[in-house]
Design a protein around this ligand. Structure first.
Ligand code: UTP
Length: 304
């Protein structure tokens, strides 16, 4: 059995949010505007991701960006002129909303010069993270805070002192879109990861458990990333680095069932907007009426 890590006494304080990818599945929008800035009602996707990390008790967040993604930094920066103008118009609540963005967490940025893959993006965090365990939250992936995924992963780390990865069961024919884990049972929502494979053909997949957007790593992952050659799609895959880590350290899986939106995919993005809008106190009722009207119209159209 691989041993647990030597950095095991340190608490999880830091998060890394990779947001430097090309976003090819969201073209043409993502040509000039990062997909992580897609609005879900009135907040960009990456703001939900940061709020989830903060909700799980993390306040030091490193965002991996690129030269095409400056607008992400601007969104979380102070904009004094706007605050002044809003206050001058008596719009104090709006001014406070704008100001609050710069106080969400201690935000830091690092550039990934070239989109060489998720593993490579996480590798750029090495200097900032140092010898501490840390969480990775994908910048285009919204998880409902009530699903308690990052919080649960941190609790698992505190108890077991090893890397933990979020896993969700997916239909068998969809497993080839994800990293896939083979596992054995450990306890409530926790499984022991025994193997990993990136985007397997359904007939080769060891399970239906897909790696889903949230990771908690010991700092040993950085050595493994550095030793990882480009894999599927010519990219440095985090799954490959995790496979090597697994040979040296224990890894757990934290399973969850729902509450995740991969907003980098157009249909999942649309679902996120609809669900989040329906839940809003200020918009939900009005939006429900609009949806009902559209559905009625479509149904009538289909019948005629
Ligand atoms: P994705 O695989 O969803 O992003 O990575 P992508 O490569 O931008 O998407 P497509 O396939 O071209 O549509 C998940 C997260 O990792 C970041 C992305 O920005 C996204 O938030 N990422 C991915 C990086 O930071 N760097 C990379 O080299 C790749």
């Amino acid at each position: 059995m691989p041993s647990t890590t030597s950095s095991s006494a340190k608490p999880v304080r830091k998060a890394v949010i990779p947001a430097a990818g090309l976003g090819t599945r969201f073209l043409p929008f993502s040509k000039a505007v990062p997909k992580e800035m897609l609005p879900v009602v009135d907040r960009p996707v990456i703001q939900y991701v940061i709020e989830e990390a903060v909700d799980a008790g993390i306040d030091d967040i490193l965002i991996v960006t690129s030269r095409h993604k400056k607008v992400i930094e601007d969104h979380f920066d102070r904009l004094q002129e706007l605050e002044d103008q809003l206050e001058a118009k008596g719009k104090d609540a709006e001014a406070e909303q704008v100001r609050a963005l710069s106080k969400l967490a201690q935000l830091h940025y690092v550039r990934q010069g070239e989109a060489l893959g998720l593993g490579h993006a996480i590798g750029t965090a090495r200097n900032h993270v140092g010898e501490e365990p840390f969480v990775v939250l994908l910048g285009d992936d919204i998880m409902r805070p009530e699903a308690g995924v990052v919080r649960g992963m941190i609790e698992a780390y505190n108890e077991h002192r090893c890397s933990v990865v979020a896993l969700m069961e997916v239909p068998h024919d969809e497993i080839s879109s994800y990293g896939c884990a083979s596992v054995t049972e450990v306890g409530d929502r926790l499984v022991q990861v025994t193997g990993l494979v990136e985007k397997p053909a359904p007939e080769d997949a060891p399970s239906n458990l897909a790696v889903m957007g949230r990771y908690l790593f010991t700092p040993s992952i950085f050595d493994e990333i550095e030793a990882t050659e480009p894999g599927v799609g010519g990219e440095i895959q985090i799954t490959d680095a995790m496979e090597s880590l697994l040979e040296k350290e224990r890894m757990l899986g934290f399973t969850f069932g729902e509450g995740r939106f991969d907003t980098g995919k157009k249909l999942d993005y649309l679902r996120a907007v609809v669900e989040m809008a329906l839940e809003r106190e200020d918009l939900g009722a009005g939006f429900r009426d609009i949806l009902a009207e559209i559905v009625d119209r479509e149904n009538i159209g289909n019948r005629s």
